[in-house]
Every structure is written in C-alpha cells, then in structure tokens.
Design a protein around this ligand. Structure first.
Ligand code: SF4
Length: 161
C-alpha cells in the first residue's frame, strides 16, 4: 500500500486470477457511492435507497466518507466549480474506484449546450457507466448500477492511475 491507503498502480492486475475473481465478486456486492448529488436528477436517485427500490439489498450503500467509498455518482448537472471539488473527492477514494454519470447534463450538458459553466464529466475522468435520461427514472438508475456490478464481476475495469 502506498501513502493514504491507495493501492499501488497495477497491483490488482498482478494478483493471481482466482484471487482477483474473489475480490471482484466481493466488490460487485459492495458498491459504496459517496453521498454526493449535484442537480435535479437527484430526487429520482434518492428513491433508490427508499423502501420501494432498496438498493441496499444489492450491497449499494451510500457512504459519508471517501475512505470507505469506491464509487462516485454524478447525479445531474455539474458546474466547473463543483467539478474541482468532485476531483478532490475522487482522488481521496481508494482504488479501484468507479464513476457513474446520471442524466443528460452530466453526460453531454443536456438541455444547456451553450452553458459557460456546465462541464461534461468525461472531460475530467474515466466514466464506467452512463445512465441516460432527463432525469432517468429510478428503475433506469438501478439498472445502470446493476450493469456496473456485472462489469465488476467480469473484471472489466481498470485502475484509474
Ligand atoms: S438531466 Fe435533466 S433532470 Fe438531470 S440535471 Fe439535467 S436538466 Fe436536471
């Protein structure tokens, strides 16, 4: 481990395959996104953790600290100022870490293509999953998170540094 608990670059790739498979299996059942929303897609997102959708039964559990988080979900429009803070949060998270983009604004500026302040997440970090819509319904968001889970289970991700 390097300073700050970050796994050294390439360490996961060096694990024997059966061990990595076990790690990935555990990881796929414990996606812990940081508590963080940025725009008006968020009321749909918040429903995921209520009694109807209850994503916690699949191990998706929002965390208040970057120390335990392994995912950042951009829920709604992201401004240039907010992206600076998001990068800071992202860099504090241990590897491997996943990025999910929810909604048209964070994917492509959506209905505000001429905006001077909105940014696209993909211009700042590697995105693992996009969830389309304005706003995407809770079902779509749950589906996107479960698709990410499948990718993790298949080992289809990379350390970001
Ligand atoms: S995609 Fe639509 S609902 Fe989501 S933040 Fe943009 S305008 Fe709001």
């Amino acid at each position: 481990m390097s300073e700050g608990g970050q796994i050294k670059e390439g360490l996961l790739e060096k694990l024997p395959k059966p061990i990595k498979k076990i790690f990935d299996w555990g990881r796929s059942f414990s996606i812990w996104p940081i508590h963080y929303v940025t725009g008006c897609c968020s009321p749909e997102y918040m429903q995921l953790f209520g009694p109807r959708y209850d994503l916690e039964r699949w191990g998706v559990l929002p965390m208040a600290s970057t120390r335990q988080s392994d995912a950042i979900i951009f829920v709604g429009n992201v401004t240039r100022k907010m992206m600076l803070r998001a990068i800071r949060l992202y860099e504090q998270m241990p590897e491997p870490r996943f990025v999910i983009v929810v909604g048209a604004c964070a994917s492509s500026k959506g209905p505000f293509p001429e905006s001077y302040s909105l940014v696209r997440v993909k211009d700042y970090m590697k995105v693992d999953m996009y969830i389309a819509g304005c706003p995407p319904k809770p079902e779509a968001q749950a589906y996107g998170i479960l698709k990410l889970r499948e990718k993790i289970l298949q080992g289809e991700y990379h350390e970001s540094k």
